[in-house]
Design a protein around this ligand. Structure first.
Ligand SMILES: Nc1ncnc2c1ncn2[C@@H]1O[C@H](COP(=O)(O)OP(=O)(O)OP(=O)(O)O)[C@@H](O)[C@H]1O
Ligand SMILES: Nc1ccn([C@@H]2O[C@H](COP(=O)(O)O)[C@@H](O)[C@H]2O)c(=O)n1
Length: 670
């Protein structure tokens, strides 16, 4: 996951390949609650691992469920519909997870304990009054701890004998379908008699109710339905675990990759995006996004648990759609509309206004930043397409809303070749923590940005480059480590850095079984991180690096590090030879005295004893060899910015490089 303050997505030109998507949030949290209420153990496969499922799991653990996780499989032992009596009041924090807050409010009101449910500030602005009213009719005891109609809530125990089950429970269906879902999931706890729920107003997001009914049936509860107005939970209903249950991949998350297939062509101009884990026969309502995508021109094939999407009509065809049945996925259509042949209108989407943020306003604001003309009203949005000259580079605000972040990544396919900046990209953790990594695994960029930091020994290149990479969410290449490992491999093979061994050393370099993982350097699985950091290893590296065949052997390996979203590379010839087209080249220097002193401190702190004088003469010898060799000598690239950090702190050097980088970006401040 990208934990950076922002993520710059370079202009993307194509996409093709296979993605496997995380489990559905809606199914995951429903299954978790049902498994928790059932008796026995349920093994849940392919569960979504995200912020919203984590808060649900924390709550269920606090209620006394046994939870055992191994990879994407989780075993949950339920409480059999009953809490241990006499427990203390339980405070439960539910973040911004509506799929946890609403059903838990209903279930906990009937379970008999005392609870306080709260969430992030936005959760305290998301209405829950209609659900609380319905539960209160039944006799449940729920108090508002803040504003009436909104969390946080205090729930008190209730005697099941006192529940009013004779009259139908009336609940509004036109604000959020989660209220009805919450009642359907929880009321079997009280089904001494038939319990009837009547929906007041036109029920929105009906497909989510289908998921609820489908999963209740998997857990042994056969709800009777009369249209979308009346639901009966039969007397004597009891949750029974199905044993094993598989969570489909998230159909709402699939929408970004369906859109990707519709917008982008592959490198060969004809490849597709294959999505694994969900097919057109999914039980999730958002799978009907496929119909809308087809209407806009996408070619979608499907089979058991897979989809295959490729570009059909281009530009996409504008649509006018009642999107009430796909409220979450429809946000993706609003960005696809930028690539259409006329204005597209999404109607009947008032529920967008009470989601993670006011999504109608959020989408309209951010689409306008890209240059689009957008009209919006209480329950609709109309997006006009953008012509090539109209596109603007924009910093997209994400409003702590995962879907805003994900759908705006598609703007990186703009024909103007502009990058897109996504602010606070970590908000995708709500449902799809690795969204951007997954996108980058199939996307192609004409130009992946590179920042090169070259300079002499111990000038601080590695420290600076690693930190700049971390702050930008870029990959990092420590090219010196490749020469150091080659030097080590040479020693172990009994060779020396002489011309007569050049071909053999180059062959070793070309086939290094090298892995970089969690800051460690592994050679054929052995951790050699410390061994290659000694001054002797530095000298060996400096010697092998003079051999032209060795440098040639390592060229392609270094260039393969250039991957989305970008790379920071440090070494001696990053800007001159390996990445001559890099967008920013920095030549970092410091006085020999300063560098020797820094290296001395560095080695002493690692418990390696050495003297300042020997270090200084070693590094000067190394610099002399690196600068005077015939191939790729150490020297500033013609277009490099010079940074002497003798008098600068590490933070000042980082700020300087980030400022130079920002100067090159086309984004206006957010
Ligand atoms: N601006 C700075 N001020 C003070 N110390 C610094 C500065 N930059 C780096 N250092 C320190 O100098 C030491 C050497 O830095 P680093 O290992 O990053 O250098 P390098 O140029 O990558 O070295 P090498 O060429 O051997 O790979 C580290 O201990 C680091 O913390
Ligand atoms: N691009 C590079 C990087 C390094 N070298 C040589 O390797 C030696 C070790 O590098 P460190 O950055 O880890 O100190 C260095 O002295 C160079 O001789 C290189 O040639 N090109």
């Amino acid at each position: 996951m990208f934990s950076t303050a922002f993520l710059d997505i370079p202009a993307l030109a194509g996409a093709s390949g296979t993605v496997r998507l995380p489990g559905s949030k809606s199914i995951s949290n429903r299954v978790l609650l049902l498994a928790a209420l059932a008796s026995g153990t349920t093994t849940v496969h392919d569960l979504l691992d995200s912020d919203d499922t984590r808060v649900m799991l924390d709550a269920l653990r606090a209620l006394g469920c046994g939870i055992d996780a191994a990879g994407s499989t989780l075993r949950i032992t339920g409480i059999g519909g009953q809490l241990k009596p006499g427990g203390p009041m339980l405070p439960l924090f539910l973040g911004n997870a509506g799929t946890a807050m609403r059903p838990l409010t209903a279930a906990l009101s009937l379970l008999g304990g005392e609870f306080e449910l709260s969430g992030v500030p936005r959760m305290h602005e998301r209405p829950i009054g209609d659900l609380v009213d319905a539960l209160t009719q039944l006799g449940c005891r729920i108090d508002y701890l803040g504003n009436p109609g909104y969390p946080p809530l205090r729930i008190r125990p209730v005697d099941h004998g006192a529940l009013v089950l004779d009259a139908p429970i009336r609940v509004r269906g036109d604000v959020s379908s989660q209220f009805l879902t919450a009642l359907l999931l929880a009321l079997p706890l009280a089904a001494r008699k038939d319990i009837v729920i009547e929906v007041v107003g036109e029920l929105i997001s009906k497909p989510y109710i289908e998921i609820t009914l489908n999963l209740l049936a998997r857990f042994g509860i056969a709800v009777q339905r009369e249209g979308w107005e009346r639901f009966t939970i039969p007397a004597g209903s009891r949750y029974s675990s199905p044993g094993d249950i598989h969570v489909e991949a998230d159909a709402s998350s699939a929408s970004y990759f369906i859109a990707l297939g519709a917008i982008a062509t592959g490198a060969s101009g004809q490849d597709s995006i294959r999505i694994e884990g969900v097919g057109a026969d999914s039980i999730q309502g958002d799978i009907r996004f496929i119909e809308a995508a087809r209407q806009m021109g996408a070619q979608v094939d499907s089979g058991p648990n897979w989809l295959d999407v490729r570009r059909g009509a281009w530009p996409l065809k504008a649509i006018d759609l009642d999107a009430n049945h796909i409220p979450d996925a429809a946000m993706t259509l609003a960005v696809m509309a930028l690539y259409a042949d006329g204005p597209s209108t999404l109607r009947n989407i008032a529920s967008w206004r009470v989601k993670e943020t006011d999504r109608i306003d959020a989408m309209a604001n951010e689409l306008r930043k890209l240059g689009a003309t957008v009209d919006s009203g209480p329950d609709f949005i109309r997006v006009h397409p953008l012509e090539r000259p109209g596109w603007q580079a924009a910093s997209i605000r994400t409003y702590d809303d995962h879907r805003v972040a994900m759908c705006f990544s598609l703007a990186a396919f703009n024909p103007a070749g502009l990058p897109v900046r996504i602010l606070e990209p970590h908000c995708v953790a709500k449902t799809f923590p690795d969204y951007f990594e997954t996108l980058f695994s199939v996307a192609q960029a004409p130009e992946v940005p590179v920042i090169c930091i070259d300079g002499p020994t111990a000038s601080g290149k590695g420290t600076l480059a690693a930190e700049v990479a971390r702050l930008l969410g870029y990959h990092y290449l420590d090219s010196g480590s490749l020469y150091r490992v080659t030097g080590l491999a040479m020693r172990r093979a009994g060779l020396s850095a002489e011309p007569q061994h050049e071909a053999q050393i180059a062959a070793l370099a070309a086939a290094l079984p090298l892995h970089f993982t969690e800051g460690k350097v592994l050679l054929a699985g052995e951790d050699v991180s410390d061994e290659i950091r000694t001054e002797a290893a530095g000298m060996d590296a400096s010697r092998v690096s003079t051999l032209p065949a060795v440098r040639a052997a390592l060229l392609a390996l270094q260039q393969r590090f250039r991957q989305l979203p970008g790379l920071v590379a440090d070494g001696r010839d990053m800007g001159t030879v390996i990445f001559p087209d890099a967008a920013l080249k920095v030549f970092l220097t410091a006085s020999a005295a300063q560098r020797a002193e820094r290296r001395h401190k560095q080695l002493i702190s690692k418990g390696i004893s050495t003297t300042l004088d020997s270090l200084r003469s070693d590094l000067e010898a190394r610099d002399a060899r690196d600068s005077s060799r015939s191939v790729a000598p150490l020297k500033p690239a013609q277009d490099a910015r010079h940074l002497d950090n003798s008098q600068l702190s590490i933070e000042q050097s980082i700020d300087q490089v980030l400022n130079w980088w920002q100067e090159k970006q086309p984004f206006k401040p957010a």
